[in-house]
Design a binder for this molecule. Structure first.
Ligand code: PEP
Length: 256
């Protein structure tokens, strides 16, 4: 089965509205015509609506970096799936390790957020990944298994079909230490097999599993050669138009 790769940029807490407009305008010019890679940019909430105006006639998709599962009400500071949709986004990152680490996000919360996002017709990218201590204690597979079971508890096959997963080893995020293609490939292979057990072969084969953790223009091509790596979630290198465009172009060439 062919899976269209995704290259998604997570801008984290960076870029004013003006800076976001400038970056996405350059991206549109540099990679806006690439068809065989799904390109996603995830600016901060404050820039979503302005960026969506720039992307209105483009195939580059817009994503949010987080979401809350409730639709409306007394939840100060939170943003619902329908508000994200209203701002023009189609994609939402859920369960990023920085959310888990600094904001105490749990697998149960990831589950509720993913359900709510699907209900709103948005596409979730659900992040999983082990810490360095967990890897060194040989607990990587166990940790990923628990995160998957928590995130997708009570999901139907139909819901699961709409999900993308990002495997992001915490020790590789923002550190410059990229997982070797073999380390990443091994976990991706495990994720697909594990989800195949719960949701069947067809759903698992269609799932896009992205790698995240210090992806740069010089390592994306090799990572993408792994059969179970279907793209990347890119942090630092997505803040620069030239670097992110190079990553997208390399992914596009490997995919041909
Ligand atoms: C991320 O934020 O998801 C990420 C992978 O960051 P970086 O590419 O900077 O390691």
């Amino acid at each position: 089965m062919t899976r269209k790769p995704i290259i998604a940029g997570n801008w984290k807490l960076n870029k004013t509205i003006q800076e976001a407009i400038e970056l996405v305008t350059l991206l549109k010019r540099q990679v806006g015509d690439i068809q065989n890679v799904e390109i996603v940019v995830c600016p901060p909430y404050t820039a979503l609506s302005s960026v969506s105006e720039i992307l209105v006639d483009s195939d580059i998709k817009l994503g949010a970096q987080d979401v809350y599962w409730e639709e409306k009400g007394a939840f100060t500071g939170e943003v619902s799936p329908s508000l994200i949709k209203d701002a023009g986004a189609q994609v939402v990152i859920i369960g990023h390790s920085e959310r888990r680490q600094f904001f105490h996000e749990t697998d149960e919360g990831v589950n509720k957020k993913t359900k709510a996002v699907l209900k709103a017709g948005l596409a979730p990218i659900v992040c999983v990944g082990e810490t360095l201590a967990e890897r060194e204690a040989d607990k990587t597979i166990r940790v990923i298994q628990d995160q998957l079971r928590g995130a997708f508890a009570h999901f139907s096959n139909g819901e699961m079909k709409e999900v993308a997963i990002a495997y992001e080893p915490v020790w590789a995020i923002g550190t410059g230490k990229v997982a070797t293609p073999l380390q990443a490939g091994e976990v991706h292979d495990f994720i697909r097999k594990e989800l195949s057990k719960s949701f069947g072969h067809e759903v698992a084969e269609g799932l896009r599993i992205l790698y995240g953790g210090s992806v740069k223009p010089d390592n994306i091509a090799r990572l993408m050669q792994e059969p179970d790596i279907d793209g990347a979630l890119v942090g630092g290198a997505s803040l620069d138009a030239a670097g992110f465009s190079e990553i997208v172009k390399s992914a596009s060439i490997v995919t041909v």
